[in-house]
Design a protein around this ligand. Sequence first.
Ligand SMILES: C[S@@+](CC[C@H](N)C(=O)[O-])C[C@H]1O[C@@H](n2cnc3c(N)ncnc32)[C@H](O)[C@@H]1O
Length: 230
Amino acid sequence: MARILHGLAAIGARVVSFATVASKLHMDRLKHWESIYTTKGERDLSWFEEVPAVSLELIEAAGLSAVTCVVDVGGGESRLVDELLARGLDCLAVLDVSHEALVRTRARLGDAAQTVTWIEADVTGAWSLKPMDVWHDRAVFHFLVDADDRRRYVSHLRETLKLHGSAVIATFAADGPERCSGLPVVRYSPALLADELGDGFTLIESRPHLHTTPGGTIQSFQYSRFQRAS
Ligand SMILES: C[S@@+](CC[C@H](N)C(=O)[O-])C[C@H]1O[C@@H](n2cnc3c(N)ncnc32)[C@H](O)[C@@H]1O
């Protein structure tokens, strides 16, 4: 089940309801993430970042301007959208399976939230968006432990990202944690991630990154930037 909560002319998105039956897996995910966001504060979340510095560096390396269209997949409460708005972008979308996460992020942004298209959806489910220049995902793809889900994710990536557009995908690295938020994850090297995306995506650069959680734990991430080649 997916809902587009807001969309402005700037992004060209229609306000659309996708009338689909959510699978049990999608409902379980929704319940899990909804319970996280309704019971924990922003700084109780292990993935919290005051400033998403590495994401911004890689998005800027992809070539960022005020007319770049960016979608943050599984954006949750990330402050990436704040940073992109502050750089003058007005073609932005945030997708997340959690209604509460999007409500909290919109509340934080206040009036500026009107500039963003908010998509409440499972990334592997039924949703669509106009073609975007940049697809950003920090710590979402690694939760897709089922190969069919990963195929559906890549299919949405292909449908949404413009030819020659950039995908910045951050996951736990090969030496990173085996679980996050109580859920199992798949850990990736940049090469393994490139294999998952397939031939149509060229790996441009990757960076290891050690994230320090608000509780002081160190987590090993990899960030990779791909270009859609075909
Ligand atoms: C670890 S958090 C990362 C949040 C954000 N990207 C950040 O860096 O702060 C994972 C986020 O992905 C969302 N999520 C998990 N599985 C999802 C799915 N299948 N489809 C859409 N969102 C999902 C969760 O609700 C949560 O907000």
